[in-house]
Ligand binder design. Structure first.
Ligand code: FAD
Ligand code: NAI
Length: 325
């Protein structure tokens, strides 16, 4: 059986890795320059910058085993960041016992490891699908990418809806998947500071602040050393400022940082990135994954399973199991 997978993020990669082990013939397409999706670190001359996922935790036994495997292979490392939180606008220590991981030397490393032996076409945006009742045909910029017996969409909800809408009549069940937005936006800003603002590596935001997270990049292996701080804005701010200019978001980041530090800043914004589809809408139900054998179609992704890296992996693995049955 030939299977096409669109999306080489953690969900797609986990699905592919299981399918290949089952002896299936799999071809993967991703529009990005490399695999990883939202587990994305930007390469700079000074090292990587994590603009998307910051770290991940493992609660499920199977995912814990996968993390041990990646640890042994050196694709991930434990992140022992010194943690703090905002409390009424003040940064206070907030250590805990949780084990947290990061990709090494970049966030995409564990995804790349899952795709090690697979036929992966990067820089390839699938923009049209056709289904003849038996086989799926994929197209990119008017060129056919081939015909396949099964299709897996491991891409964010809104992008899956767009592709499917043009290809098949969406029944009530499929429509209900797309009725509520599953993923909310997030603005990410990297700020370089002249000196160390706090003796911490990661700071959780609070509801009264537009910032949901701040992290010192150099606390992770392979990342930019020095005082490079990554700021994430919360979903409410990010939604409200979705179409804002990067320069306005940069100013907002510097202003928020200055307010927290309580002193004039000597800082420069180096990167601003808008994630249109970033984090889980808490109101969106958990489906795990979706498999419709009559349509030879599967959907996987964090958005179907509660967000987070671990849930993306679990969604992909669960879909591979369904396809194999
Ligand atoms: P994605 O990673 O989005 O992968 C989908 C892939 O599909 C992408 O590579 C994309 O290029 C490709 N694609 C989409 N459409 C097409 C198309 N038409 N043709 C070809 N390719 C296509 N999780 C945590 O656990 N911890 C965190 O600290 C954390 N922080 C985060 C911070 C931010 C700013 C963001 C954005 C996410 C964060 N997450 C975090 C969430 C985590 O990154 C995701 O849960 C996980 O990476 C999602 O994996 P996925 O495979 O479901 O989707
Ligand atoms: P986790 O267990 O470390 O954190 C879960 C949540 O618990 C945190 O968001 C925070 O609110 C709280 N928390 C944990 N440790 C804390 C501490 N020491 N002090 C104060 N609060 C603490 O990680 P998990 O469950 O694996 O989640 C991953 C992280 O990814 C979360 O922080 C989540 O918010 C973030 N995320 C961000 C996205 C974005 O777009 N910005 C998208 C998806 C996830």
């Amino acid at each position: 059986m030939s299977i096409a997978i669109i999306g080489a993020g953690m969900a797609g990669a986990a699905c592919v890795s299981k399918l290949v082990r089952q002896g299936q013939q799999v071809t993967v397409f991703d529009k990005g320059r490399s695999a990883g999706g939202r587990m994305s670190s930007k390469r700079t001359v000074q090292g990587y910058l994590d603009l998307g996922a910051q770290y991940f935790t493992a609660r499920d036994v199977a995912f814990m085993a996968q993390c041990q495997h990646w640890l042994r292979a050196g694709s991930i490392a434990q992140w022992r960041g010194r943690l703090a939180r905002l409390d009424d606008g003040i940064v206070v220590a907030s250590p805990d016992e949780s084990v947290r991981f990061v990709g090494a030397p970049s966030m995409q490393a564990p995804v790349a490891a899952l795709l090690d032996t697979v036929s992966l076409h990067t820089g390839c945006q699938v923009d049209r699908l056709a289904f003849d009742g038996k086989r799926w045909q994929l197209f990119s910029a008017g060129v056919s990418l081939g015909q396949f017996n099964q299709l897996v969409l491991a891409i964010p909800q809104q992008q899956a809806e767009q592709l499917l809408q043009g290809a098949i009549p969406l029944n009530a069940e499929l429509n209900s998947l797309f009725a509520t937005p599953a993923l909310l936006p997030c603005w990410a800003v990297n700020v370089s500071l002249a000196h160390s603002p706090w003796p911490y590596d990661g700071i959780f935001g609070e509801t009264t602040s537009p910032l949901s997270w701040l992290a010192r990049q150099g606390s992770k292996p392979g990342r930019c050393q020095g005082e490079h701080w990554l700021l994430h804005f919360n979903p409410a701010f990010s939604q409200q400022q979705l179409e804002a200019d990067s320069s306005d978001i940069a100013d907002a980041a510097l202003q928020a940082l200055q307010q927290l530090m309580g002193e004039p800043l000597s800082a420069k914004v180096s990167h601003c990135h808008r994630w249109r589809y970033a984090q889980q809408n808490p109101a969106f139900p958990h489906y795990g994954m979706v498999y419709r054998p009559e349509l030879a179609l599967g959907l996987a992704g964090d958005w179907l399973n509660g967000g987070r890296v671990e849930n993306a992996w679990l969604s992909g693995v669960q879909l591979a199991r369904e396809i194999a049955q």
